[in-house]
Design a protein around this ligand. Structure first.
Ligand code: OAD
Length: 227
C-alpha cells in the first residue's frame, strides 16, 4: 500500500508562477490592505472594489502556469497516496495534475450567492448587480477573514492519517490553516519548504526545514523520498 503524504501549501508554492504572495510586499496584496479585499467588512464597505479585485486575480490566473513545485507534487502521486490541502485559491495544483486537492480558502474559479455556501464553476468577471437565481448578489467563492472554514474537518482527518507531511510556501500566520500540522501523528516526518521559514514551536514530529524556493525544495524532498 502506498504511504500517505499530505502537502500543506500556501501562496509561496505559486510564487514562481508569478502570483504574488500576501505578506512578502510589506503587508500589501497587489497594492491593497488584505482586510480591505479579503474580509466581509471590506466587501460591505466597497463591494465593487472587492469584486473587481477578484476579477483581476481570476483574469491573471488564465495567464500563469503551474511551476516545477506543483508538477513534482503531482508526479509524487505515482509513489504516494497524496492529498494537497492548500490555502491557495488558484487552480495550479489541479492543472499540474494533482487529483486530490482540498481548498481551505475557496477557489477563484467558483462563485456563490451571498446568501448560500453552495458554490458553482465560474470563469468570468462578477459585477455588482449580478444576481444568483435566488435573487441575491453573486460573490467569489473565497473564504474571507472572520468567515468559517468549512473544509477544516476534512483537512484535519487527512493530516491525522499522514505518514509524511510537506508544508510549502506558507508563513503559517493564518489560522486555522496554520494549526493543521499539530494534528500530524507524532511519527510522521514533516518537511517545511520556504525561503523565509516561520519558526515552528512545540512540534512533536521529526522536522526538516528547507529554506529555499518551492521548486528547489520539492526536488530535494522528492530525491529524499525516492532515495
Ligand atoms: P503568505 O503571503 O503569508 O506567505 C507566503 C510564504 O511564501 C512566505 O513564508 C514566503 O517566505 C514564502 N515564499 C515566497 N516565495 C516563495 C517561493 N518561491 N517558494 C516557496 N515559498 C515562497 O501566504 P500564506 O501563508 O499562504 O487568505 O497566507 C495565508 C492566507 O493569508 C492566504 O490563504 C490568504 C491570506 O490572507 C485569505 O485570502 C483568506
Amino acid at each position: 500500500m502506498k504511504k500517505k503524504l499530505v502537502v500543506l501549501s500556501g501562496a509561496g508554492v505559486s510564487a514562481e508562477s508569478g502570483i504574488k504572495t500576501f505578506r512578502d510586499a510589506g503587508g500589501l496584496w497587489e497594492g491593497h490592505d488584505v482586510m480591505e479585499v479579503a474580509s466581509p467588512e471590506g466587501f460591505r464597505k466597497n463591494p465593487s472594489l472587492v469584486l473587481d479585485f477578484y476579477n483581476q486575480r481570476r483574469r491573471q490566473l488564465f495567464e500563469v502556469q503551474p511551476n516545477k513545485a506543483h508538477y513534482i507534487i503531482a508526479e509524487l502521486e505515482q509513489d504516494f497516496d497524496i492529498t494537497v490541502v492548500t490555502q491557495n485559491v488558484d487552480d495550479l495544483h489541479e492543472r499540474a495534475g494533482s487529483s486530490n486537492v482540498v481548498h481551505l480558502h475557496g477557489e477563484l474559479l467558483k462563485a456563490r450567492s451571498v446568501n448560500s455556501y453552495d458554490s458553482f464553476d465560474w470563469k468570468g468577471d462578477i459585477h455588482l448587480g449580478d444576481l444568483h437565481t435566488d435573487g441575491h448578489q453573486l460573490r467569489p467563492h473565497i473564504v474571507w477573514f472572520g468567515e468559517a472554514v468549512p473544509a477544516i474537518p476534512d483537512a484535519v482527518s487527512v493530516v491525522e492519517k499522514a505518514d509524511i507531511v510537506i508544508v510549502i510556501g506558507t508563513s503559517l500566520q493564518v489560522y486555522p490553516a496554520a494549526g493543521l500540522i499539530d494534528y500530524a501523528s507524532p511519527k510522521a516526518m514533516v518537511y517545511y519548504i520556504d525561503p523565509n521559514p516561520a519558526p515552528i514551536h512545540n512540534l512533536r514530529n521529526p522536522l526538516e526545514v528547507l529554506a529555499m524556493p518551492g521548486s528547489e525544495g520539492m526536488q530535494k524532498v522528492k530525491d529524499k523520498l525516492n532515495g
